[in-house]
Design a protein around this ligand. Sequence first.
Ligand code: WQD
Length: 342
Amino acid sequence: MRKKIIVTGGCGYIGSHTVIELIENGYDVLVFDNLSNSTEVSLDRIEQITGTRPAFVQLDLSDAKETNILFKLHQDAHAVIHFAAHKAVGESVLDPLKYYQNNLYALINTLSAQRENGINKFIFSSSATVYGDPDHLPVTEESELKRASSPYGNSKKIGEEILEDLTKSDLNFSAISLRYFNPIGAHASGFIGEIPSGIPNNLMPYITQTAAGVREQLLVYGNDYPTPDGTAIRDYIHVVDLAQAHVVALKRLLEQKQESPLEVFNLGTAKGYSVLEVIHSFESVTQVQLNYKLTDRRAGDIASLYAATERTEKQLGWKAQKGIDEMMRSSWEWEQYYRSQQ
Ligand code: WQD
């Protein structure tokens, strides 16, 4: 019997890549998504890639009543992977209540509906942003969580605290929180990838849109950081690697015999790249020259952040496989495919 997994936010960037990996690993997937920042086209593309269309319900998880009804209908599900959330850092600073309301209500409603209906396994999309500006690098899961630099980041931190409290109070409920570093790249088919709404804030979509001529010039924020070339360093991770890590985490949860407290794992590569290194890697892989300019630092950015991955490797038994070139190649293939469809 195939195990049924509910994926909230399954039409979004990381969610849709994870749905593909779940289907390819023999799971029966049900997607809940309110389509606030995605479309059902993702489901067409998932079907095109895997030959299977996941079941789908348009559902807003911030509606507690509806959420409960839907979970009751799908009590046979074995676990939930929860991606549904707002994720624009800048917007969260301008409109914090929107972020706390959406991200926390959706989380609480999902958890409550799960417990009411006996679905006791949960995987949470967390973020490296919970580390704030750390004192030491690389950051381990034990590193102190500094004040989050945005309401978005804080909503992830509070989310983890909710899960910690819940798994302590209910020993039948188990959860894993995955702290993503900087997910980039796209599926090898070139059919799905990230679609930023409006002007991208993140580096990778800005690079590909500049290369595609959609943006005039890429601004490199800050060249006076205490790093070898003066530009900021991040741990970029291929979204397909990230998606596969969810399948590994899911198997761990499903196989767990005894109760365990909330488990937290970093999902990164342990390698940091500077903004200039990313740009040069993109140029050499794609043979496209980028129009870029060095400018002032962006408010709220930190100099360097990259993951310690020992715990993830030893306890979860997973390690990222894809390197920066593959991240660049797939991001560019996706951008070109996406533009050709417009
Ligand atoms: C990377 C580097 C920029 C754009 C954010 C969130 C985090 C996570 C991922 C989730 C930085 C520089 C960027 C540009 C640039 N979130 N940059 N020019 O800030 O590490 O993390 O996204 O959903 O929570 O905080 O990622 O891609 O924005 O920036 O020079 O046009 O690229 O200053 O050094 P960041 P990013």
